[in-house]
Ligand binder design. Structure first.
Ligand code: ZN
Length: 285
């Protein structure tokens, strides 16, 4: 049984249905954020878009050729084991609901791990984008895709979650990631309702703040339930008050694609600007 069955029928179905649907979601969000922008841009679009596209160029294929096949391959290896047989006794809708909840919780907990020192080496490449829009949703170091395989493909397999459910959730995960990174200004009243259930652009904007306390909040990918439960939900920062990025990297000249690709090997910097000052939010919100 191959661990990376890149042409498995489930993956072909993902390519045929989920990939075009996700491309449409991305295009729709691109148009919406251009028409109804949420935060003011600080950098010219072409500068960031070129850089984000060049970072996505290896990371999207890395996800398709390693992470997604591993989700299927490892599940097949683990399928005959105990938890899967227990799950199989549940009524079908209950099993599916439980599987999706577990997968979303794994996405939340993986994101928290990405902010721990070892994985922050990779994840800071995503966070030091100086503005946040739909292209930030694809700005990941390809190493982050590879590093996520044991957790995001191995754990669901060990827990007996079916590969079809894992891939279906992956499509929802990607759509959620595109949505909450977009710079789309939803009507505030609507977003206040939405954020009770799902991660929204304003909530995730706070996660990308240069203020450390704010970056340590809103780790959810699809549901805000996990941030509620772990008390990591923070919604009290207006978007106009946010500075997006990582304080050690305010200079776009230090963000060439080559520098960003080599960043995981660079030493970890303190959470401070190059002059040593620490971004704080002094006004009470
Ligand atoms: Zn993050």
């Amino acid at each position: 049984m191959p661990i990376f069955p890149v042409s498995h029928p489930l993956l072909k179905r993902f390519d045929r249905w989920a990939a075009p649907a996700l491309a449409l979601v991305g295009l729709g969000l691109l148009l919406l954020e251009a028409r109804h922008p949420l935060r003011r841009r600080t950098r010219p679009r072409p500068e960031r878009w070129r850089r984000n596209a060049l970072l996505a160029a290896p990371s999207l294929p890395a996800a398709r050729l390693t992470l997604l096949p591993a989700m299927v391959g490892l599940a097949q290896v683990a399928a005959p084991r105990y938890p899967a047989r227990q799950l199989a006794r549940l009524p079908a809708p209950l099993r599916l609901g439980l599987e999706l909840l577990v997968l979303d919780y794994l996405a939340y907990s993986w994101h928290r791990l990405l902010h721990a020192p070892l994985l922050w080496r990779l994840h800071r490449v995503h966070h030091n984008d100086l503005d946040m829009d739909i292209t930030t949703a694809w700005r990941f170091h390809f190493g982050e895709m590879l590093a996520s395989i044991p957790y995001r493909a191995g754990l669901p397999a060990l827990l007996g979650i079916r590969p079809a459910t894992v891939l279906a959730y992956e499509a929802v995960f990607e759509a959620g990631t595109a949505f909450h990174h977009s710079n789309w200004r939803l009507p505030l009243a609507l977003e206040r309702q939405l954020v009770r259930l799902v991660v929204t652009p304003r909530a995730h904007g706070i996660h990308h703040s240069v203020v450390h306390r704010e970056s340590q909040s809103n780790f959810g990918v699809v549901l805000t339930l996990w941030d509620h439960l772990h008390r990591t939900l923070r919604l009290n920062v207006p978007q106009q008050a946010l500075t997006i990025g990582v304080p050690a990297y305010p200079d776009p000249a230090r963000q060439t694609v080559a520098q960003l690709l080599a960043l995981p090997l660079a030493p970890l910097e303190p959470w401070a600007r190059p002059d040593g000052t620490v971004p704080e939010r002094t006004t009470l919100l």
